[in-house]
Design a protein. Structure first.
Length: 317
């Protein structure tokens, strides 16, 4: 079954870049692409001649953006009037979207901040995996596809949680379809000795991992690697660092095109809806970030319908 990608867009300096990311992924995954724009009732000017004129303006915006992104001849377009979060949730459900690709937030306007609330809502409530394109990642796509846009390498964080394994499974399905290398990363910080009150940003280095500790982390990554197909090259990395810097370091070293992370956040604020690491990556990473919440990655299994029996795994570094 063909994958379906929904890409919500709002007029702004990042719209074309986000559409380019969606276009590139849709082409490589052989997916259908739907560009969508939602007009809030409060944004309709008094001079507008009803929903028809509002819809025409929205379609014009989507058509221009599609042409700039290189998908004007084959992408679909949809314009809705209403609350952006509710309208996009409804559209994703009715159209049968499997994956959502959206911007994280803008840098100047209140409206851009609203897009941030929409991206949070889509991650939390849409039931779909969501790729967030942070501003830094969008800037890299402004003038066209960057070198890593070919997605020859994908980096995924693995922390041992169930949603972490689900993120690894989602990453493996995308890597299998793209023929990309998959790097699984486990990050850790040394624990300060009992009695010390060292601040978190100055944790004492109490030495390298013991053989037993390294063995348990290696087994964790090996378990995650079994989710990949036999044809996917899997590399594992154990790095002493905080999660975000560890992932960013591996991404630059591997020239990866996408970061994949699981999220266990349950609260209402960005930092808790996504989890602290996911939230930081979603707004500051230099690559698009695929955020997987519990159960949201299941739709990506159609990318690789054959059951994975274990991929060749390199030793952790």
């Amino acid at each position: 079954m063909t994958l379906r990608i929904l890409c919500p867009l709002d007029p702004g300096e990042d719209a074309t870049a986000v559409a380019r990311v969606a276009t590139s992924l849709a082409r490589r995954l052989e997916a259908r692409l739907l560009l969508a724009h939602v007009v809030e009732p409060t944004a309709i000017t008094p001079g507008a001649r009803g929903p028809h004129q509002v819809g025409a303006r929205g379609r014009g915006f989507l058509e221009r953006t599609a042409l700039e992104a290189g998908c004007g001849e084959w992408a679909q377009a949809a314009v809705r009037i209403g609350d952006p979060g509710s309208a996009l949730e409804d559209l994703a459900r009715r159209w049968g979207a499997d994956l959502v690709i959206c911007g994280s937030h803008g840098r100047r306007s209140i409206r851009a901040a609203l897009l941030g609330s929409v991206s949070r809502r889509l991650i939390k409530r849409s039931g779909r995996a969501v790729i967030v394109v942070p501003p830094e990642a969008a800037r890299r796509w402004e003038d066209g596809e960057p070198d890593d846009g070919t997605l020859r390498s994908i980096v995924c964080g693995v922390d041992g949680s169930m949603v972490g394994f689900e993120a690894a499974e989602a990453a493996s399905h995308i890597a299998a379809r793209l023929g990309a290398r998959l790097t699984l990363v486990h990050a850790y910080l040394p624990i300060a000795p009992v009695g010390f009150t060292t601040p978190p940003h100055r944790v004492l280095d109490v030495g390298t991992l013991t053989e037993s500790e390294r063995g348990s982390r290696t087994r964790l990554l090996s378990r995650a690697a079994t989710l990949a197909s036999d044809q996917t090259e899997v590399t594992t990395v154990i790095r002493e660092d905080e999660v975000v810097p560890a992932l960013e370091w591996v991404v630059e070293e591997q020239r990866a095109g996408v970061i994949v992370v699981g999220s266990r956040g349950r609260g209402k604020l960005l930092s808790t809806v996504l989890g602290s690491s996911s939230a930081r990556l979603a707004v500051s990473a230099t690559r698009p970030v695929l955020v997987i919440r519990d159960g949201h990655g299941a739709r990506l299994r159609r990318l690789n319908p054959t059951h994975a029996s274990g991929a060749p795994v390199s030793e952790p570094r």
